[in-house]
Design a protein around this ligand. Structure first.
Ligand code: PMP
Length: 310
């Protein structure tokens, strides 16, 4: 095992705990983990750092390797930042049509961007990454299959929540699912800490069915939340799972309300919050419901979220 992490990454080898804040809207209070305050602006810093550091320590990742990942954005941005800090090369494979803000951020960190045909969606990008991975010199974090994705949330995000919430008690955990790493890792971590926690999937429902390029093959207009391409999100890992459907329009409106309250978040935060309010109401006043605000609003200036402000 190589002990020392490369680059100046080793001096930044801990992400400070993100705040857990009670947020009150529509007469319900939900505890929200401000994951958009992570260094690259999303919760994906947790998995990027955990996966790369573990692979480096185990000798599976070498300084001459090129890290390559398929992602709608947040994971690629987090990996691009971590690779910049570690002095590693990074290639993001993205479906055509992803917003230019994302591409610019990845390039600014020294990452390269390769696009796959829009009509193939995220699956096309994943297939291209797997093809590259057959050649030597590539390291594949594989966020949709790597168990270390959920593990990162189990050992960091979940433990922080238990330390931060009054009495260390969480009754329900609510999240949209992309890879499922967040929901599975949080559920497992909270349960291990002794919480009798109900896992809740916040599922966006698309009524208007416009095919926003930002969402590629995703099921709705809420970026980052996808249907059924993950090997991590399996029913047996979240026994008693409850699904709460939220209409895209409501998720968008709620996101704008959260921004207005001073939380500069993206659409998946509105989705999560909206579903969590419903759960809180069902479980009653004394229930402590937690959710996450995964990423920042700045990634969505050119999308529907900001239309009212143009
Ligand atoms: N929100 C955003 C903005 C995301 O990018 C993602 C993941 N791509 C998620 C939520 C879902 O998180 P997870 O992959 O852990 O299920």
């Amino acid at each position: 095992m190589s002990a020392e992490l490369p680059g100046h990454h080793r001096y930044i080898n801990r992400i400070a705990a993100t705040p857990l804040v009670p947020v009150r809207l529509e007469s319900a209070t939900v505890w929200c983990k401000l994951e958009f305050l992570n260094p690259s602006g999303s919760t994906k810093d947790r998995i990027a750092r955990f996966i790369l550091e573990k692979a480096w320590r185990q000798g599976r990742l070498k300084c001459e390797d090129r890290v390559v990942e398929a992602s709608s954005g947040s994971t690629s941005i987090a990996l691009a930042l971590a690779c910049a800090q570690m002095g590693l090369r990074f290639l993001a494979v993205l479906p055509e049509g992803v917003s230019s803000e994302r591409v610019f951020i990845i390039r600014a960190y020294g990452g390269e961007v390769k696009t796959t045909p829009r009509e193939l969606g995220i699956r096309g990008a994943i297939a291209e990454v797997e093809r590259l991975g057959l050649e030597p010199g590539y390291f594949l974090p594989r966020q949709f299959a790597n168990p270390d994705n959920a593990e990162a949330h189990r050992i960091s995000t979940a433990r922080e929540m238990v330390d931060q919430i009054p009495g260390g008690r969480v009754d329900a955990v609510v999240s949209g699912v992309g890879t499922g790493g967040t929901l599975v890792g949080l559920f497992e971590g909270l349960r291990e800490s002794g919480c009798q926690v109900v896992p809740v999937l916040a599922r966006p429902v698309n009524l208007t069915r416009t095919h926003d390029a930002e969402c590629c093959s995703f099921s709705s207009r809420i970026p980052g939340v996808a249907d059924s391409i993950s090997e991590i999100f399996r029913p047996e890992r979240v026994p008693g799972l409850v699904t709460v459907e939220v209409q895209d329009e409501d998720a968008m409106t709620t996101t704008r309300e959260l921004i207005r309250l001073g939380f500069p978040v993206g659409p998946s935060s509105g989705l999560n919050y909206r579903a969590a309010v419903e759960v809180q109401r069902k479980l009653g006043d004394s229930a402590q419901v937690v959710t996450v605000f995964p990423d920042r609003m700045e990634r969505y200036f050119t999308t529907e979220l900001f239309k009212p402000f143009v």
